[in-house]
Design a protein around this ligand. Structure first.
Ligand SMILES: Cc1ncc(COP(=O)(O)O)c(C=O)c1O
Length: 422
């Protein structure tokens, strides 16, 4: 009897594609209870940027837990929270000249997004929010209302309103200005479109097919929003914490969003933690107006502080990510070159290959697993193979993973050429 299939809800998903029982993990490797090893090009969907069981984060966590220090404390003052706030201020905010208040929401990405949407509406007194085609912001109702995927939206079971979806960078045919509609309706009081409270954007669409917005487009978006008093929310839940090469994914665009959502790798160790950051003038919350039992979990503060102190006090990690990014890009370009119409997408270590035949990426993911590589798909039709190794992966492990991916792509594309066309 398989207790997972017997007892666990039909909603389970990753365990269907990777049908093994995982037992151990170390850096960029995970192991099943049968002893099989896998190279990890998945990184807990972006929650494990510093790899599995990173000893530099584990040691302070074990010391903290063994010391009798407080573990659960809602949003009370604790020593662990003080150290985290100080490290976040000194290593993240000050060096980037960012002046943000830090709000601890419930511990998942969708909580950070819900808080951002609520705050934008409260501050502006407007109800409408604009999201982008193929966006993904989480599975609670507010986040779903600005998410593109129709299957996920249907799951809400109620109309998802007070939002509209507008074209992301590159969505419209080449040569078309994707922001033209936004510019026009905001400038025209007769447009019939209610002025939005906010626009919410991912700089790279992690779940929606790895489309990466150009820096110039993000800059234009920010300017349009600023000109019309519309708040700009950057959802950096997946693309943030170094994933695209800088701590915040919006840094190369030279913009300062009004509100930023962070989660996934902010704790550094795979422990749940989420933050919503916003300009101090926007901090109009009444005490307790948005709360939750698990806001700011002390073990997560400990590993988050260790991650910031270990990886963000100098430029070492960023330099390593830049080197791995170049190697990854080269490997992906080579694999993409084997299939007509395949295209490399993404930015930094959040990259992959789009295949015009929507069956190919799923086949590659399946073959990869059989060969000893964890890699998932992205996009509305799962048409993109998505590669997201730990930022700390060695050049050797990255090369091994790319070899496995190349082998899987060869087998999968051969399978596709033998399969009857649809
Ligand atoms: C950009 C983005 N926002 C929000 C979320 C939701 O995060 P969580 O699954 O922790 O609620 C995700 C999850 O993949 C995401 O990629």
């Amino acid at each position: 009897m398989d207790v997972f299939e017997d007892l666990e809800s039909n909603v389970r998903s990753y365990c269907r594609t990777w049908d093994t029982v995982f037992a151990r993990a170390d850096g960029s490797r995970v192991y099943g209870e049968d002893g099989r090893g896998y190279v990890d090009f998945f990184s807990g969907a972006g929650a494990l940027n510093y790899g599995h069981n990173n000893p530099l984060l584990l040691r302070p966590l074990l010391r903290y837990l063994e010391s009798g220090a407080i573990v659960h404390s809602l949003d009370m003052k604790t020593q662990a929270k003080r150290r985290f706030l100080e490290a976040f201020r000194d290593l993240v905010l000050i060096p980037r000249e960012l002046d943000y208040k830090v709000m601890f929401t419930g511990p998942t990405g969708t909580n950070a997004v819900e808080a951002a949407l609520k705050l934008a509406r409260k501050v502006t007194g407007r109800h409408h929010v604009l999201g982008f085609t193929n966006a993904f912001h989480g599975m609670t109702l507010g986040s779903l209302s600005v998410t593109g995927n129709s299957m996920k939206r249907r799951g809400a079971g109620i109309p998802l309103n007070n939002t509209s979806s507008i074209p992301y960078d590159g969505y419209l045919p080449p040569g078309t200005d994707d922001l033209i509609w936004l510019r026009q309706i905001l400038a025209d009081s007769g447009s019939g479109v209610d002025k939005p409270a906010a626009v919410i954007v991912e700089t790279v669409q992690g779940e929606g097919g790895l489309r990466a917005a150009r820096a110039a487009w993000l800059h234009d978006l920010s300017e349009v929003c600023r000109a019309h008093g519309v708040l700009l929310i950057v959802d950096d839940v997946q693309a943030g914490c170094g994933r695209t090469g800088t701590f915040f994914s919006f840094e190369p665009a030279g913009i300062t969003p009004d509100i930023v959502c962070l989660s996934k790798s902010i704790s550094g160790y795979g422990l749940p933690l989420a933050l919503t950051l916003f300009r101090p003038e926007l901090d109009l919350w009444q005490p307790g107006e948005h709360n939750g039992t698990f806001r700011g979990h002390n073990p997560a503060f400990v590993t988050a502080t260790a991650a910031l102190e270990t990886y963000w006090a100098d430029t070492g990690l960023q330099e390593r990510v830049a080197a791995r990014t170049a190697e990854l890009r080269e490997g992906l370009e080579e694999i993409a070159g084997w299939s007509d119409g395949a295209q490399v997408r993404g930015r930094g270590l959040l990259a992959g290959i789009f295949y015009p035949d929507t069956r190919t990426a799923a086949r590659i993911a399946r073959q990869s697993f059989a060969a000893g590589l964890l890699v998932e798909t992205s996009g509305p039709e799962s048409e993109v193979i998505k590669v997201m190794p730990p930022l700390t992966i060695s050049a050797e492990d990255l090369a091994t993973g790319l070899d496995l991916l190349a082998g899987a792509a060869t087998t999968a594309t051969r399978e596709a050429s033998l399969a009857p066309s649809r």
